[in-house]
Design a protein around this ligand. Structure first.
Ligand code: ATP
Ligand code: MG
Length: 274
């Protein structure tokens, strides 16, 4: 990846899986500090597994997951459990079950601040500044919220740990187009406030449109990487992962991508030069 920004997260040659069989094979992904990185790919390609591996929820067998601080020191997350990953400034909003339905909105937010010390937690008022609508329903049970409101609560809960890196697994899943736009808008605003984002999405086109860098995973392997605009304009991505050309190619062109330009998106970073 050609980026002058130093990474906040560097996943290198990762092998991971739930059973003896690996789901991720030699996957490498870098998140430049302060940027949005999108991971797209077909169902079952290992996108959620990648996020869960970073967050300590899936056994990792080989490779490194380095979290780099601004002073260039780093932690390897490979042996850490989720609470320890959270304490280092990484939090995840899972694809499913990302709120506690029987708890109130306020209790959900408080859960997001665990297991941090008061000094490490984000101020609830500050987090609610992103989501003013949640501030009006603090006592409501999360189960009674709409899908969009729940998704916002899931993100707000993760922000309560004051993360420097947010892992988002399909934040747009199951939402109406208007709410999807709202969620993507929030992600962009949160990123602009300084939170780096690694985001997995089925809504690949919209996700790449707000991403600085994109990766395509296929069958647990790196397939392609490039800037969001490059991937939006890449013919292979359009045909195989974005559902064809036409309108999508036009959108990519309008965003300044060059679909016909050779090398617009680089092949498999894990094997670059191999
Ligand atoms: N808890 C689990 N136990 C065993 N295998 C799993 C588990 N979760 C996922 N897998 C397997 O890992 C592979 C990758 O699944 P994963 O959920 O990472 O894909 P995905 O790219 O996120 O797909 P989707 O777009 O449908 O969310 C699949 O073959 C899946 O069956
Ligand atoms: Mg998934």
């Amino acid at each position: 990846m050609n980026s002058t920004v130093t990474p906040i997260l560097q996943v290198e040659n990762l092998f991971a899986g739930y059973t003896d069989e690996d789901v991720l094979h030699d996957v490498s992904v870098a998140v430049p500090r302060g940027k949005i990185v999108a991971v797209i790919g077909p169902n079952g390609s290992g996108k959620s597994t990648l996020l869960k591996s970073i967050y300590g929820l899936v056994p990792r067998r080989r490779g490194r997951i380095r979290l780099l601080r601004a002073d260039s020191t780093s932690d390897d997350l490979v042996r850490l459990r989720p609470h320890a990953v959270s304490r280092r400034g990484v939090n995840m909003v899972p694809q499913l079950q990302n709120v506690f339905p029987d708890m109130s909105v306020a209790e959900n937010l408080d859960m997001g601040a665990l297991p941090l010390t008061p000094g490490e937690r984000a101020d609830r008022e500050r987090v609610l500044g992103w989501f003013p609508m949640l501030a009006t329903m603090l006592r409501k049970r999360a189960a009674t919220l709409s899908g969009g409101q729940r998704q916002m609560l899931g993100i707000a809960r993760a922000l309560m740990s004051d993360p420097t890196l947010l892992l988002l697994d399909e934040p747009s899943a199951g939402l109406s187009p208007a709410v999807v736009d709202e969620v993507f808008g929030k992600v962009k605003a949160i990123n602009e406030a300084g939170v780096s984002v690694l985001m997995v999405e089925q809504k690949a086109r919209q996700c790449l449109a707000i991403a600085d860098v994109g990766y395509v995973l296929d069958q647990g392997e790196n397939r392609l990487t490039g800037s969001g605009a490059e991937l939006l304009g890449n013919n292979e991505v359009i045909q195989l992962y974005l559902g064809g050309g036409g309108r999508l190619a036009a959108l990519a062109r309008s965003q300044g991508a060059h679909p016909e330009k050779p090398g617009a998106a680089a092949a498999d970073p894990g094997r670059a030069g191999a």
